[in-house]
Write a protein that binds this ligand. Structure first.
Ligand code: DX5
Ligand code: ZN
Length: 217
């Protein structure tokens, strides 16, 4: 079992002092920085927009893992690319022409990930799994940090691991929502490659130590 990649979610950072939190992440064992973009339509919340993220991107030394919780995410491929994004995550539920959107993301020079809401079955990925670099399984309903982990996600991770093995896909498995030391351990045992953690990291007394401990699961 490999050590998981850790992608701290900036949604739980101190928005009054993002610079301090990003500098902490830069100094940590974190692998990526997870950024949640919301539109108040696809999810019942709004987070940060591109004018703020431009400065976040300049400060971050970690590759950006950008999670778009918006309708019509294909409209913003250029803006996401201009941040220097490594991985662009779009929701399965937000893309009627998912195959086209995945190709557009890759043509723009980014890695492409497809995200599933908790109620969307892994089986829906059968015809796209070979084309994506990562699948992001939501383990809470998207929109807010600090929610309780949905335990059924562990079954979805195992099912996705099988689908990846059977199809010869190279996709990584990332999980987002309610991840802490306990749920993180269960996820790694089930086959997750990347753990997103918001509250567990940014509300920890020692952020660097928490990231190190998650990374050591
Ligand atoms: C929720 C976001 C998550 C969120 C996770 O919609 O996609 O990335 O920040 O926060 P925690 O880890 O606190 O559940
Ligand atoms: Zn997220």
């Amino acid at each position: 079992m490999n050590r998981p990649l850790i992608s701290p979610s900036l949604l739980s950072a101190n928005f009054a002092d993002l610079r301090a939190d990003i500098e902490q992440i830069n100094r940590s064992d974190a692998d990526w920085l997870h950024i949640d973009i919301m539109d108040g339509v696809f999810v019942p919340n709004i987070s940060f927009g591109f004018p703020v993220l431009k400065y976040v991107a300049e400060l971050s030394e970690k590759p950006l893992d950008v999670h778009l919780m918006i309708v019509n995410p294909e409209k913003f491929i250029e803006e996401v690319k201009d941040l220097g994004t490594m991985m662009m995550n779009v929701h399965y539920e937000a893309c009627v022409h998912l195959h086209r959107v995945v190709q557009q993301i890759k043509d723009a020079g980014m890695k492409a990930a497809v995200t599933l809401n908790p109620s969307t079955p892994v089986a829906m990925l059968a015809d796209i799994i070979r084309d994506v670099d990562m699948v992001l399984l939501m383990s809470v309903n998207p929109g807010f940090g600090g929610q309780k982990f949905i335990v059924h996600t562990l079954d979805k991770v195992r099912e996705l691991r099988e689908l990846i093995a059977h199809t010869g896909s190279q996709a990584l498995i990332e999980v987002d929502g309610g991840v802490n030391l306990e749920t993180g351990k269960q996820l790694v045992e089930a086959g997750a490659d990347v753990l997103v953690a918001g509250n567990a990291v940014f509300k920890a007394p020692d952020m660097l130590d928490m990231i190190h401990r998650l990374k050591s699961l």
